[in-house]
Write a protein of this length. Structure first.
Length: 136
């Protein structure tokens, strides 16, 4: 049994061993105490697996309940913040305490100064660009 086995494989193997020990009990009288101890150990192992499965189900249920509570709480928080904003006003700096960004005047961005285009030198052998005259 060098390979890693699943729980079901291990239990199946242990039960087969116990069956063989029971069948050959008259020929193996010195192993009776070990067989009984092994049987008790198998029973404890199965009980622990049942408890683990039960706790897994309970954990999944608790996770679902927690997720629902978090969702509901988030919706309540949104509603409360909206009510606070309605009472204090959308521009009140006190909104920051409630995790709400107040409306503030936007700063004007400085006007970008246009960068004059520098003509790129033409490759040798290409005609110069046409000169456009303003229409009169």
């Amino acid at each position: 049994m060098g390979a890693v086995l699943s729980y079901a494989d291990v239990i199946k193997d242990w039960e087969a061993l116990l069956t063989a020990l029971r069948e050959h009990a008259p020929n193996l009288p010195n192993l009776e105490a070990g067989r009984i101890a092994f049987e008790e150990h198998l029973a404890k192992t199965k009980e622990m697996k049942a408890r683990q499965d039960s706790q897994t189900a309970a954990r999944q249920e608790a996770t679902q309940e927690l997720n629902k509570l978090l969702k509901d709480g988030g919706e309540l928080a949104i509603k409360l913040r909206a009510l606070v904003k309605g009472i204090l006003g959308p521009k009140s700096e006190r909104l920051v305490q409630f995790g709400v960004a107040p409306l503030r005047k936007r700063r004007r961005k400085p006007a970008a100064t246009p960068v004059p285009e520098t003509p790129t030198p033409a490759e040798p052998g290409t005609p110069p660009p046409p000169v456009v005259k303003p229409a009169a």
